[in-house]
Design a protein. Structure first.
Lengths: 271, 317, 300
């Protein structure tokens, strides 16, 4: 039912190749420096967390990665390809998929149609194929439908396939966004506050989902405020404050970092 | 589709197909107008309804098509219906060229720019561009269409030509709607950032919507030129664009049946109340405001999943 | 040179009129992010109301030119302002939370309604303004300018200066500026945003209505459809200066008036109306934020 996971669990030390490299990334808006010379590396097969207080520049980093913003300075490299100057859809087609902090679904379309969006760029059928309804086009449509349903199954929304996206519960909308992102068959999945607005149960299920995504061999980079999720799901953290990187390392190490405690964890750590 | 709805559509189609048998020439002519507007509105629906791009200069593409047909016919004696593909092509290419630099503009800005394009085209026609458009008087003496040896002249004959085109358009556009292309336009309408972020080349689809919608307007322009045998810039003024815009919004942007229904209401209803003809636009305006306040989604709103094969979805799992 | 200066001053007069209308677009856009399509029609209402008041009350005969004119302007301003407030209430307020498209369509509908109501009331033909000012010319450094042209330039500059001071120096002006920057924050600061919006819909139409009166007086004839051409041009002026930016609307208006007058004189009169649209399209392609506008990043 699922594709064979290439990495079952853990991360053999020998296979640590950087999948995503950020180098000296800087972005200013007007006079405000939102991201200030940030550099870090995401290893293939890992789950990395990008944390920091509100306004630290986390989402801006994501928007730079997916080409929604152009960096003022710095470089982003994905699997050896420079992403600088590429339009978003090109970056997606290279193997990066994302979700949005304030859920951006196609509200008036069905759950299934939402996921089909993710299948889009791997399909070929154009205007003419649609008008003539060629056999190849129908086969392709059926394949895409099957794959979309598989992703819905994977996130547990199979039953709601024909519901309109706007009628889904909040937590389900977040999972639908993940299914849509997975449908692009990414190598790197970038999640912006996937647990935002979720209750405890839903968050628990999300942690399981993240583990299963990882089992499929997909690398994950996520922004999250829910520290339980961050501590349990991530094996590597990068901490931002005021646009700059202040710490980096394993969760246990980061949570003991005085700079981090002062900036951010101090108030929420033991919650 | 549910049975009741299917029945209603079949009944309406049958009624329409036999209409020339029991209506007089004037009434059939009204139906022809409705058909032409329906054709134009279905093209605009691709741009405005499916892709959500605020185009209020659709009359410009209509004009480009009509003038292309008229010039080819009167100057080069090309049979009018033969110009159909070419006037569609010229209008489509024109739309691509015009839309290319502005299509990224946000909603209401695009609206203003398309109004501007419509006006520039009209002014260009009035000023006898290239010495070929005949200035304010336009072009006359366009020959009657000849289909398989039958000269189409009477309203009843035009009825079948125009509504045949409408039927073909519905058939083709329904297929388009159910395809990757059609879905991409909808993603664009719903959320451009999310569409691009799902790997969809939004710039391409915006242009494609414009090109295809305009090509349809261009072909409708050919039919218009053939029907009137005389065209002038005033047939393609700003209000034509407004009326088309309104038909699409009123019908429920993105819904083919709704758009056709709206064409009947907007073009047909005023004919029933001819004594109030001068108040027609007044009522239009009022309806637009009231509609937006109480039913902004249109008469028959577009919804997701309408045409998805439900059996496939339930069949697996 | 003489010809050039004549065209330049003519452009300034027309530009002043554009600027007055543009202010209404830019203020509404600043606060509501809405193109008030019916604004051009409120301008037309100013012209028609001015005509009716002028002929029925004979103000200039009774009160003399200066005082009569002042009273006339104030009456037109007041009446069109009330129309603007009604428009906001009926066509825009119910749609404050709706998608953009709904408000745009409603605005267009309101425009069509207003225009055709005027046609039903006055008829479709051009209406002629009475000649209240003898066709005198004013000698300005050896240049003979029509008196009405000079008066219009002066009046529009005066009104713009007054508005600018009002926006910059008063508490209410500060509230309008605050609401334009961030409605939510303005609300948190205790600003009654609804009142700001109402105010904007009173002030913009008042200025636009006066511009309508000026057109009637300057050209001598008016038509119920003129609002949309003037409206489109004034909107172009607002974009040219940077939409939402009040000094921008003034600069944009004057600039567009001059461009158009010179273009008509030295390029082609037949393409006069196309010039403004070309400017509009070019500015949106090259610098959509306008001359004085600031670039803001879209929030994702």
């Amino acid at each position: 039912m699922m594709e064979a996971p290439s990495v079952v669990s853990g991360r053999p030390a020998a296979t640590t190749t950087p999948l995503l490299t950020l180098q000296g990334l800087t972005k200013t808006f007007g006079g405000l420096t939102a991201v200030d010379a940030v550099s870090f590396v995401v290893e293939e097969g890992s789950v990395m967390g990008l944390i920091g207080p509100n306004g630290a520049g986390k989402t801006t980093v994501f928007n730079l990665i997916t080409g929604n913003y152009r960096p003022d300075r710095g470089r982003i490299e994905f699997a050896g390809t420079s992403l600088t100057g590429l339009r978003t859809h090109r970056i997606i087609s290279l193997g990066i998929a994302r979700t949005f902090q304030n859920i951006r679904l196609f509200q008036r379309l069905t759950v299934l149609e939402n996921v089909l969006a993710g299948c889009h760029y791997r399909m070929r059928g154009g205007i003419l194929a649609a008008l003539l309804r060629l056999p190849s086009q129908r086969r392709e449509e059926n394949d895409a439908m099957g794959r979309a349903l598989k992703e819905l199954e994977f996130v547990g929304l199979r039953q709601q396939a024909l519901t309109l996206a706007k009628n889904l519960a909040y937590g389900d909308q977040r999972r639908l966004e993940i299914a849509r992102a997975l449908a692009t068959r990414p190598r790197l999945l970038v999640l912006d506050e996937p647990a935002g607005g979720m209750n405890e149960q839903e968050t628990e299920a999300l942690i399981g989902l993240i583990a299963r995504i990882r089992e499929r061999g997909i690398t994950i980079l996520l922004i999250e405020h829910d520290m339980r999720l961050v501590m349990r799901a991530c094996e590597e953290l990068v901490v931002l404050e005021n646009g700059g990187k202040i710490a980096e390392g394993a969760p246990e190490q980061v949570r003991r970092d005085p700079k981090v405690i002062e900036a951010y964890l101090g108030t929420e750590d033991e919650a | 589709m549910k049975h009741g709805k299917l029945f209603a559509v079949v009944l309406a189609a049958a009624l329409l197909a036999t209409a020339p048998l029991f209506l007089n020439a004037y009434q059939v002519d009204v139906l022809n107008s409705i058909g032409l507007y329906g054709l134009l509105a279905l093209g605009l629906n691709l741009i405005l309804g499916e892709a959500g791009l605020f185009n209020m200069g659709h009359a410009a593409f209509y004009a480009v098509g009509a003038y292309t047909a008229a010039i080819l016919n009167t100057r080069y004696q090309i049979p009018i219906l033969w110009t159909l593909p070419l006037s569609g092509l010229v209008a489509g290419v024109f739309a691509l060229v015009v839309a290319r630099p502005v299509v990224h503009l946000r909603g209401d800005y695009l609206l203003i720019v398309t109004i501007g394009v419509g006006e520039i085209v009209r002014i260009a026609l009035v000023n006898d561009l290239f010495g070929m458009t005949g200035g304010a008087n336009g072009i006359f003496g366009i020959s009657r269409p000849n289909l398989f040896g039958i000269v189409i002249r009477r309203p009843q004959e035009f009825f079948y030509l125009i509504w045949g085109c409408v039927a073909l358009t519905i058939f083709l556009f329904l297929r388009l709607k159910q395809s990757r292309f059609g879905r991409a336009l909808n993603y664009l309408r719903e959320d451009e950032v999310a569409a691009e972020g799902s790997g969809i080349n939004t710039a391409y689809y915006k242009l494609a919507a414009f090109g295809l919608g305009a090509a349809w307007a261009g072909m409708a322009g050919t039919l218009f030129a053939a029907k009137m045998t005389i065209i002038s810039p005033e047939s393609f003024n700003f209000w034509e664009s407004v009326v088309l815009f309104m038909i699409v919004i009123l019908g429920g942007a993105g819904n083919i049946v709704g758009v056709l229904l709206a064409a009947f209401l907007v073009i047909g209803l005023p004919e029933l109340f001819r004594e109030f003809a001068s108040a027609r636009m007044l009522v239009f305006g009022l309806v637009m405001v009231v509609m937006m306040v109480f039913r902004p989604q249109g008469l028959l709103p577009a919804g997701g999943g309408r045409f998805l094969p439900a059996t496939l979805v339930r069949g697996r799992g | 040179m003489e010809e050039f200066l004549q065209q330049l001053t003519n452009g300034l007069a027309v530009g002043g009129i554009y600027a007055l209308i543009a202010l209404g677009y830019t203020m509404v856009y600043g606060v509501l992010k809405l193109i008030n399509f019916a604004h051009g029609d409120l301008f037309t209402y100013g012209a028609y109301l001015g005509l009716t008041l002028l002929t029925s009350l004979a103000l200039t005969d009774r009160l003399g030119f200066a005082l009569g004119m002042l009273v006339l302007v104030l009456m037109v301003m007041g009446l069109v302002a009330v129309l603007g407030a009604i428009l906001e209430r009926a066509a825009y307020r119910p749609l404050r939370e709706s998608p953009r498209l709904s408000a745009v369509v409603s605005a267009l509908g309101a425009s069509i309604f207003l225009q055709n109501a005027l046609m039903l009331l006055y008829g479709a033909r051009f209406q002629v303004y009475p000649n209240i000012l003898p066709a005198t010319t004013l000698n300005l450094f050896g240049l003979y300018l029509p008196l009405m042209r000079v008066l219009i330039v002066l009046a529009s500059v005066l009104m713009m200066a007054a508005l600018y001071l009002f926006i910059q120096k008063t508490r209410i002006g500060a509230a309008i500026r605050a609401a334009a920057i961030d409605q939510g924050a303005a609300r948190l600061m205790g600003i009654d945003v609804n009142r700001v919006i109402l105010l904007v819909f009173l002030m913009g139409p008042a200025l636009g209505g006066t511009a309508g009166l000026m057109v009637g007086l300057y050209y001598g004839q008016i038509n119920f459809t003129m609002g949309w051409v003037y409206g489109m041009k004034a909107f172009t002026a607002a974009i040219l200066g940077g939409i939402g930016n009040i000094p921008g609307a003034m600069v944009g208006g004057l600039l567009l008036g001059v461009i158009e007058a010179l273009g008509a004189a030295y390029i082609s009169i037949a393409w006069k109306d196309a010039i403004a649209f070309l400017v509009l399209i070019l500015i949106l392609i090259v610098r959509p934020t306008g001359l004085l506008g600031e670039r803001v990043a879209d929030k994702i």
